[in-house]
Design a protein around this ligand. Structure first.
Ligand code: PLP
Length: 359
């Protein structure tokens, strides 16, 4: 099979060696005489998978046993509702920093449960920059919610101050892409289909003291404390999904976060430099310090040029480069499994296109 050069925003490219290992396990997991797809979720083998993955998350994040690691179903969006359900009572307010579609969607879920204050927003400029970090965050909010990387608009927080209220972060599209101080968060979560596995699962890391904050009675499946007590196997767990995430965690550890961070910076610089020096392509995010190293969004000078470049990408087996409809143009997602060679190839195709195209 000729693998495509895949710049999709998620589900996204996975490393070939992870796919090969997962494929082997689909035929037989270890020496069990069973496929990983048949493996009981209460087996010793799955418990080992859960335990190793929890330990690896804590190790990679530099976190102590004050934190609980959960693998929950329902992807990113279920976290949009579990967070306010568990922590925002109808007598409290939560603060949301609105830096893009996903932060906005997260706060739209929260309004069902309590008062929501938008602390800052960059919606007015179609999220082509980060909002200012709020200077006067009210004391005693139930929590402050941020999205560390804005997948659709291509902005990313590179400097995140602490907050006096519990800080909660959606890290779906940049978890494990850089070294980071995870200890400033009371809870962070990631839909895993970008840097960490296959869709449907969310990694949730929560500081144990948050379990005491119970905004209301919440049924066990949606209750962080109950999920933690049951070690993420309250119901029939997504065995294959968690296993794939474990393979990704092993891959990240073997490569090293520092190496990953350096490569991600190199990949993003290469592509942004090509866009900045182009006469045909323009960056969506002009403020360089606000740019995402994960999702590079850009537009073309006119619709004909856009169409022609899309067609050329298709001819070169480049896929997943169409921008989200709210920005248009192009988006190249440069997650951890996208190599420098992939980005060099894309830049070469862009330059060849420029040499033969009139704007
Ligand atoms: C930052 C961010 N948060 C949340 C989501 C939603 O995840 P899901 O589709 O798993 O609900 C996405 C999806 O792309 C995302 O990029």
């Amino acid at each position: 099979m000729q693998r495509k050069i895949n710049f999709n925003a998620g589900p996204a490219r996975l490393p070939l060696e992870v796919l090969e290992e997962a494929a082997k396990a689909v035929l037989e997991y270890k020496d069990t005489g069973m496929s990983i797809l048949e493996l009981p979720h209460r087996s010793k083998e799955f418990l080992d998978i859960i335990n190793e993955s929890e330990a690896l998350v804590k190790e990679l994040c530099g976190l102590s046993d004050d934190y609980e690691v959960l693998w929950l179903q329902g992807g990113g969006r279920l976290q949009f509702c579990m967070i306010p359900m568990n922590f925002l009572s109808d007598r409290d307010a939560a603060g949301y920093i609105d830096s893009g579609h996903w932060s906005e969607e997260a706060l739209e879920y929260a309004v069902h449960y309590g008062d929501v204050q938008i602390l800052e927003s960059s919606k007015e400029t179609n999220y082509d920059r980060l909002p200012d970090w709020p200077t006067d965050i009210p004391e005693q909010l139930a929590y402050v919610h941020i999205t560390t990387n804005n997948t659709i608009f291509g902005t990313q927080w590179h400097n995140i101050p602490g907050t006096s209220s519990p800080l909660i972060a959606d890290m779906s599209s940049d978890i494990f892409s850089r070294s980071h101080d995870y200890s400033k968060y009371s809870l962070f979560y990631a839909a895993v289909q970008k840097n960490l596995g296959t869709p449907g699962t969310a990694l949730v890391v929560v500081r144990k003291d948050m379990f005491k904050r119970r905004a209301r009675l919440v049924p066990p499946m949606l209750n962080y404390g109950a999920q933690a007590e049951q070690h993420s196997i309250l119901n029939t767990a997504n065995v294959f999904g968690v296993y794939t995430s474990l393979l990704m965690l092993r891959w990240i550890k073997a490569k090293g976060i520092n190496v990953i961070e350096r490569e991600n910076a190199q990949k993003a610089k290469l592509l942004y430099d090509a866009i900045d020096s182009s006469k045909l392509f323009f960056p969506h995010v002009k403020v360089k310090e606000h740019r995402s190293l994960m999702n590079v969004c850009f537009t073309a000078i006119n619709p004909e040029v856009e169409k022609a470049f899309h067609a050329l990408c298709g001819q070169h087996s480049i896929t997943g480069i169409k921008g989200h409809r709210s920005v248009g143009g192009f988006r190249a997602s440069l997650y951890n499994a996208v190599s420098l060679t992939d980005v060099e190839f894309l830049v070469r195709v862009m330059k060849e296109f420029e040499a033969t195209t009139k704007g």
